[in-house]
Ligand binder design. Structure first.
Ligand SMILES: *Cc1c(COP(=O)(O)O)cnc(C)c1O
Length: 234
């Protein structure tokens, strides 16, 4: 077995164990393999293991890899999305995890209607209120959900967060727990057209804790491919 296949098998073991510890069905949790900076040949090794949900944080990288990766891939845009780039990915990605403004949602709605598709989105929450991060404050979320819920061509499937980088993943447990509470709270409002079932949270460092706290999608790159090497920008 190659290194990537070995890594993936190990991740699934840990995912299953974490789900079971929390009394959850392991099938409720989808692994999204984060393939940013990774070349197509190595990504294909992951796909050969059955991993067809890929996460990228840049529109350009999805554009570059879309044709070479071929059909059957479910692309997830997990990074910040500029309004003027929505048109490039509207018919390529299955889900946009990083919606954090009404303006962006309006553009997604407009482009989706033009293409005759419905785009699944998540609202990105900056639950730990880090200065450096994109995302909404928890207390802005309900209002934005109500605004987006009436737009055509767009469906709010749930919430996403990028938790702080911490040494001990247990430190992020309260962040993940609050994400779950926010999802439950908003569902309880019974807003028309809104029934959220996706919680995208947990990365290489903390996905087991995220699963214990209710994640339904985890986004994992380093644990699959090893440390990323960013090209030198001179
Ligand atoms: C890069 C990235 C990940 C994956 O991070 P790893 O620590 O390599 O698993 C997950 N989510 C987002 C939004 C990312 O940009």
């Amino acid at each position: 077995m190659g290194q990537i296949a070995e890594n993936i098998a190990k991740i699934h073991e840990k995912m299953d164990a974490a789900a079971k510890r929390a009394g959850r069905d392991p099938k409720e949790v989808q692994l999204i393999v984060v393939s940013k900076t990774i070349d197509v040949d190595r990504i294909k090794e992951a796909v050969a293991c059955g991993e067809v949900h890929l996460g990228e944080n840049k529109v350009q990288e999805i554009m570059d890899k879309y044709e070479p990766m071929g059909p059957g891939i479910h692309w997830h845009l997990i990074g910040h999305l500029q309004t003027n780039k929505v048109k490039y990915i509207i018919d390529k990605v299955d889900m946009i995890h990083s919606v954090d403004s009404f303006h962006l949602a309006q553009e997604i709605s407009k482009r989706a209607v033009q293409k005759g598709v419905t785009m699944d989105i998540l609202l990105e929450i900056n639950m730990a209120q880090e200065e450096s991060k994109f995302g909404l404050a928890a207390d802005e979320t309900e209002d934005l959900v109500r605004q987006i819920a009436v737009l055509p061509g767009i469906r709010i499937r749930g919430l996403m967060t990028v938790a702080p980088f911490v040494e001990d993943p247990q430190e992020n447990r309260p962040v993940f727990r609050k994400m779950k509470e926010l999802l439950v709270d908003i569902n309880a409002k019974k807003i028309d057209n809104v029934s959220m079932d996706v919680l995208s949270m947990g990365m290489t460092n903390d996905y087991e804790v995220a699963i214990e706290e209710g994640a339904t999608m985890i986004r994992v790159g380093t644990a699959v491919f090893g440390a990323r090497v960013y090209p030198n920008k001179n």
